[in-house]
Design a protein around this ligand. Structure first.
Ligand code: CA
Length: 496
């Protein structure tokens, strides 16, 4: 009888736990959403939105809490996924750089307690669809034993075995692969599908298939959808749908680029057209998923997040790397969260970063007491509900590069090239050379200089620099970062 009672209680609790839908297209920058130019939002940011056509995200934003200052602590694919899934910074998540076959130490920590592990243990059905890119590729190809899933070397794509899925019991995913019209996926049982259609559309179809096919509709679900577009390739018509490209085809570079820091003489400049075409495709397919949730009467008791793993510099500052930098185009991400009756629509500039997602979502789901002790971020659910300020005065930025390779060519160590912080007003970065000495510092006043055109001079801003160095040091100590443990920042500060 006791077990029946406890089982009944668990069911009752589960019935009230909200579902969670977490949609994160890859490399989708925050300024590529049209609503930021609307009167209701334009005074919440100091920059202009790209000329993106995103009507479904406008509609969604109008029902959600919209964050203007959400950032990706380590803005590249795999480290983001490590932080999001484990709630730990890269040194503990296991993922310090992008996962590929020359980086054997770079893989989701097998013993990490992921957000999906927690949700699964608390009755959720957990589905992962799309790009996972959190696994060291090994020769575990289910279609051809003893081989990698791709012939290219080094291998980047990967098959994630059932024991590596951290509570995701509905699997339709791949490691990383960049052909938007020729994607592939492995399912629960390792069967491979090559659907030969646009990946974003296919993935939303699969998401709907998952939602329709659930055996126990009283069980809450966690649906994680990692789309690859608007990530590259974005160099020609073959990288996007013609109907989406038609919206941008005839726009001049001057019309496509509204940011004052963009260098439209770069060879990459025409890419904006194809990038925005895929932004629109993501918008449409995201809208289709929202339509399904409404038709299935799932929209009321479901938390929906729309975000991205990092942004895209797209010719800003003349840099080639679309990500892995503190430039706001790469570091700032969309973060829009809808939860009817709990979160009231507003725009907020709280500094939510990747590390806070796990504790915040678990708390919103009624599982605040289940947040693993290993989680390093903060529960910002009360701040999202508007009950109190977030209490976060800065967010940490991390950039790691390859360390020296071993004699066998393998990379097992990472060079922690830069650390920085974003505060409500400033963006600050310190970078080092391989010998640990100072390479440079950048400090931007994002209020007076939102396009980050002029780094503030240290000679005329000594107190501000001191204050930023102190905040960065606090953040590094709090996160037990290698820059703190090895006194990297202290030595630099002492040398100034
Ligand atoms: Ca990425």
């Amino acid at each position: 009888m006791a077990s029946l009672l406890s089982c009944g209680t668990a069911l009752a609790q589960n019935a009230s736990n909200p579902n969670i839908v977490f949609v994160f297209p890859d490399q989708f920058r925050n300024c590529s959403m049209e609503f930021w130019n609307d009167a209701a939002y334009a005074d919440k940011v100091r920059w202009k939105a790209d000329p993106a056509i995103t009507p479904r995200l406008r509609e969604f934003a109008g029902q959600s809490v919209v964050l203007s200052n959400a950032v990706s602590n380590c803005p590249i694919s795999s480290p983001y996924r490590g932080i999001f899934l484990t709630g730990m910074y890269p040194e503990r998540s296991g993922i310090q750089s992008n996962c590929m076959s020359l980086r054997p130490t770079c893989s989701l920590a097998p013993d990490a307690e992921c957000i999906s592990d927690v949700l699964h243990a608390n009755g959720y059905e957990c589905a992962y669809i799309g790009k996972f890119h959190a696994q060291f590729p090994t020769p575990n190809n289910p279609q051809k034993a003893g081989t990698y899933v791709e012939e290219r070397w080094p291998a980047w794509d990967a098959y994630t075995e059932p024991h590596q899925r951290h509570g995701f019991d509905w699997w339709y995913s791949y490691g990383t692969f960049d052909e938007h019209f020729n994607p592939h996926y492995w399912d629960n049982d390792g069967r491979r599908t090559d659907p030969h259609e646009f990946s974003v559309k296919h993935e939303v179809d699969k998401a709907i298939e998952f939602l329709q096919g659930r055996d126990d509709k009283t069980r809450p679900f966690f649906l994680c959808l990692g789309m690859n577009p608007p990530h590259s390739p974005y160099s020609n018509e073959g990288d996007c749908n013609a109907c989406d490209l038609d919206l941008y085809r005839n726009k001049s570079l001057k019309e496509l680029y509204v940011r004052e820091n963009a260098d439209t003489t770069m060879e990459k400049a025409p890419s904006m057209r194809y990038y925005l075409a895929n932004v629109t495709a993501v918008d449409r397919e995201f809208g289709r998923l929202m339509d399904y949730l409404r038709e299935a009467a799932l929209d009321e008791n479901t938390i929906v997040v729309f975000t991205s793993d990092h942004g895209e510099t797209m010719c800003s500052h003349g840099v080639q790397d679309p990500k892995n930098s503190i430039w706001t185009e790469a570091f700032n991400v969309p973060f829009i969260i809808r939860y009817p009756r709990v979160l009231e629509h507003r725009t907020d500039d709280m500094l939510l970063s990747t590390i806070d997602i796990m504790p915040t979502l678990l708390s919103l789901a009624g599982l605040a007491d289940k947040v693993p002790a290993t989680a390093e971020g903060r529960d910002l659910a009360p701040a999202l509900r508007g009950e109190k300020p977030s209490g976060v005065d800065c967010a940490l930025y991390i950039r790691n590069l390859n360390g020296e390779p071993d004699p066998d060519g393998m990379i097992r160590k990472y060079f922690p090239q830069a650390r920085g912080i974003k505060t409500e007003r400033y963006t600050f970065e310190v970078s080092i050379k391989r010998d640990g000495s100072l390479a440079g510092m950048k400090l931007f006043d994002d209020w007076s200089d939102p396009y980050q055109l002029h780094s503030l001079k240290r000679s005329s801003n000594k107190a501000l620099y001191r204050s930023m160095l102190a905040k960065l040091r606090d953040k590094l100590r709090e996160s037990n970062d290698v820059w703190y443990r090895e006194s990297i920042l202290d030595k630099i500060a002492a040398s100034l």
